[in-house]
Write a new protein. Structure first.
Length: 276
């Protein structure tokens, strides 16, 4: 059976590709889960797929992804850079937003060491400290509350508990302005190019504590990745951010199960474990 999320995203990518005379006849689907990535010669189109269930209109997230990536590129930080000719967008086709990126050759089998990963993330953080653009100030908190409000029937009886837990954790986060973050700084968003480690996927960015990025790095990389980061984390803030990330993943699993129904039991198990 054809996956409608993949099919719609590929169709939108090809539509934008034809608009700019890209080589759509040789298009290659590189990735097809949260977002669908379609390579057309020197350009890769990025289109929301599963993320549509969390963000029915993902335009603002894609705009921030392009803006931060361009900002970092201009400052010599190695990131996958947005296209300039044709422009990065977002463009719109068949009801979906599409962004365009330079194809970045890389080694898909490379596994970065904790030092490589943490060191390159620290360089991203340093460059983002002075980022002047507007960013959300409550990032994952507001996304979780919005997801519960929009999808309470999908959360399998856990909606009220997720809402209450989100509000509890939000009250524990530091009240300061924070700084611009990657937002989803796990090792899977770091690729190895000829020039070295290269970050991508800044659509989850927000202005908050560094511990948010570090919690994700440690949760999905391991404690050795956190230990390699050249700045100590506030342990209390790190613990709160780790819990908030785990709660976000619980809600996200239920949304994934709307696209992949066979994963509903996985979502139920994750929720039961979190609230046990």
């Amino acid at each position: 059976m054809t996956d409608p999320y993949r099919a719609a995203a590929v169709s939108a990518a090809l539509s934008v590709g034809r608009r700019f005379s890209l080589p759509t006849g040789a298009a290659e689907v590189l990735h097809e889960r949260s977002n669908v990535l379609v390579r057309m010669g020197p350009v890769v189109a990025r289109v929301p797929a599963t993320t549509r269930l969390l963000r029915p209109d993902a335009t603002a997230w894609l705009e921030r992804d392009v803006a931060l990536s361009a900002y970092l590129t201009e400052r010599g930080v190695r990131v996958v850079s947005p296209a300039s000719d044709p422009p990065a967008g977002p463009h719109f086709a068949e009801g979906l937003p599409v962004t365009l990126w330079h194809w970045t050759p890389h080694d898909p089998d490379h596994r970065h060491t904790p030092d490589e990963t943490a060191g390159s993330l620290a360089r991203v953080h340093a460059a983002l400290r002075d980022y002047p653009g507007e960013l959300p100030s409550r990032g994952p908190v507001d996304e979780l509350l919005t997801a519960v409000a929009r999808n309470s029937e999908v959360l399998d009886g856990f909606a009220d508990r997720i809402r209450a837990e989100t509000e509890r954790l939000a009250a524990l986060l530091p009240s300061g302005p924070g700084q611009a973050l990657h937002g989803d700084a796990h090792p899977g968003n770091l690729i190895q190019t000829a020039g070295g480690p290269c970050w991508l996927d800044f659509e989850d960015t927000w202005r908050g504590p560094l511990e948010w990025d570090l919690a994700i790095l440690a949760r999905q990389g391991g404690p050795e990745f956190l230990a390699a980061y050249p700045r100590e984390a506030d342990e209390a803030v790190l613990a709160t951010c780790t819990q908030l990330r785990s709660l976000f993943v619980v809600a996200w699993r239920f949304l994934i199960a709307q696209r992949f129904p066979h994963r509903l039991d996985e979502a139920r198990a994750a929720a039961a474990e979190y609230f046990s």
